[in-house]
Design a protein around this ligand. Structure first.
Ligand SMILES: [Zn+2]
Length: 540
């Protein structure tokens, strides 16, 4: 290429470069023969990278050539500028590459905004189109594959993500969660020898059909998740124990932290509004009625033999929620209204420290939390201070007012089940105190806990050889939920034993699924599966 001239338009901040191609002889794109005979010339205008504050346009004189080979069906052709621009493009390759990178990293809207800032103005639609046209990365010959579902629309539409577990690259994004698609993909990639998956029979079937010789491995994360769900179902039956443990945890926490003498009551304030409280109770009753109705509907449909996926679609809820309801043997009990003030949570430790120092003036404390970054109402602060005052009057440590484990109604079975499977070293002090109280109260709870810890140790230490012994013990324990969990393990035993023996796990897949969620949100719901696939596969 050679520069023939240039023009700088100061008002439009635009630099135009007149450029021509200089090769004397050019190859015919069809027969590859060299030809010198020019037929005609025409002009193309290409946008190029900016130069400082100026946008740059290339005014390009392009030639048409005769192909003189008698055997070649092509008589005329336009010279190709492969390193400059694609045949019909309106921008240079290097500009298109940068815009595509913006689009793939940030999606249409945000990418266009960043492009504007970088002096590469373009529209969101152009970025989306460039992203879709991007060449897919060259396929590798994966050996260890991770398969999992991702929510296209939570509770309604799921896709499948396939990740190479050796280099953690996304291999493909399938538009559906289906055994057929997975089987088909595997037949196209016969190098796969190990597949890591969740507990679903659907993927197990797809892998069996597509790669019959591959070793199936159940991901350990899913095993722990299933155990936690079994524990949650078990704890639903233990409501009274959960509640009793909350009361003794409040006592234990008060012993550890020490109570504070109640300061004299400030009299100038009205009591909490009765109207607001009644409204909250009514809303709670309505929510509870809805839960019970859902519970009844799900159990009725299930008893009629309706598959979980159909129930989920009919009721408009997610499959995991349907399964959670099915694990229950009775409808959920009403919950007392949640303690308000979650916006205050980050400041509670500070407020308690000030309370212990003797500062009980809620307006003063409100100003202090504001200085720390709290941006909400003084009423929320004063409500919390009232709670501290009431707790002090009753002889409780102020710390009991911030812990979910000391609420009068007790923590939820779900919350306790998470603490239950969480390693002791990672538990907060109040969570550990609660577990101590809970397990001392009931021998059956202690037994269930010992069994779960033994299973978690199998997972942690990867002792697949001890699985059968554990299953036998769980089945004989008399704890219905754990016996059912062990029964489920039996159905998928080969893959679970492999999961408890081999080093592979789907951690990298979960990471990509989280990245997908972010990408989906950035695209404001406009990304088709094609674009999403490009964005997740082309790491920028
Ligand atoms: Zn030719």
């Amino acid at each position: 290429m050679s520069l023939q001239g240039w023009h700088l338009d100061e008002t439009a901040a635009q630099l135009t470069l007149q450029v021509t191609a200089t090769r004397a002889r050019v190859r015919c794109p069809l027969c590859q023969a060299l030809t010198p005979r020019v037929h005609s010339r025409y002009s193309r205008t290409l946008a190029d990278l900016p130069w400082g504050p100026y946008t740059v346009r290339l005014h390009l004189r392009v030639r048409k050539f005769f192909c003189d080979q008698p055997a070649c069906p092509r008589q005329l052709f336009t010279e190709r500028l492969l390193t400059v621009a694609a045949p019909w493009a309106r921008r240079t390759l290097r500009l298109a590459q940068r815009l595509r990178a913006c689009g793939l990293a940030l999606g249409g809207e945000m990418g266009a905004r960043l492009g504007h800032r970088l002096g590469l103005p373009t529209s969101p639609d152009t970025l989306l189109r460039l992203g879709q046209e991007a060449p897919t990365p060259t396929a590798t010959a994966p050996q260890v594959l991770g398969v999992d579902e991702w929510a296209w629309r939570r509770g309604q539409r799921y896709g499948t993500i396939l990740v190479n577990l050796e280099d953690h690259q996304v291999l493909d994004l399938l538009p559906e969660r289906s055994a057929d698609l997975v089987a088909h993909w595997l037949t196209q990639h016969p190098t796969v020898t190990v597949v890591c998956r969740d507990r679903s029979a659907l993927y197990a079937d797809g892998i069996r059909r597509g790669a019959p010789h591959a070793v199936q491995v159940v991901d350990r994360f899913h095993l722990v998740k299933n155990l936690r769900e079994a524990i949650e179902a078990f704890l639903h039956e233990q409501r009274p124990a959960l509640q009793a443990a909350a009361a003794s945890t409040a006592q234990a926490l008060t012993r550890v932290a020490g109570s504070v003498a109640a300061p004299s009551m400030y009299r100038g304030r009205h009591r909490c509004s009765q109207v607001g409280q009644r409204r909250q109770e009514a809303a709670q009753q309505q929510r509870h009625a809805a839960w019970v109705a859902t519970y009844e509907a799900i159990h009725t449909l299930h008893a009629q033999g309706t598959p979980v996926t159909t129930i989920a679609a009919q009721l408009g809820i997610s499959r995991p929620t349907v399964r959670a309801y099915l694990r229950r043997t009775r409808p959920p009990s009403p919950r007392s209204p949640q303690r308000s003030g979650h916006v205050l949570r980050p400041y509670m430790a500070y407020l308690i420290q000030r309370w212990r120092e003797g500062c009980t003036d809620s307006m003063q404390l409100w100003r202090e939390t504001q200085a720390l970054g709290y941006a909400y109402s003084a009423r929320t602060v004063s409500r919390f201070i009232t709670r501290l005052r009431q707790a002090s009057a009753a002889g409780w440590a102020p710390e009991t007012q911030t812990s979910p484990y000391t609420r009068p109604q007790g923590p939820s079975a779900r919350a306790v089940s998470f603490t239950w499977v969480c390693p002791e070293a990672k538990r907060a002090q109040d969570a550990q105190l609660y577990m101590d109280q809970l397990l001392h109260a009931e021998p059956m709870l202690a037994q269930a806990y010992t069994l779960s810890q033994a299973f978690l140790a199998l997972v942690r230490e990867r002792r697949g050889d001890a699985l059968v012994a554990w299953m036998t013990e769980a089945s004989a324990s008399g704890i219905e939920a754990l016996a059912r969990f062990a029964q489920g393990l039996q159905e998928d035993r080969a893959a679970i034993t492999a999961g408890l023996t081999l080093p592979w796990s789907n951690g990298a897949v979960e990471g990509h699924v989280n990245r997908l969620k972010l990408l989906k949100r950035q695209s404001y719901g406009r990304a088709g599966v094609g674009l999403l696939r490009q964005r997740v596969m082309q790491a920028v």
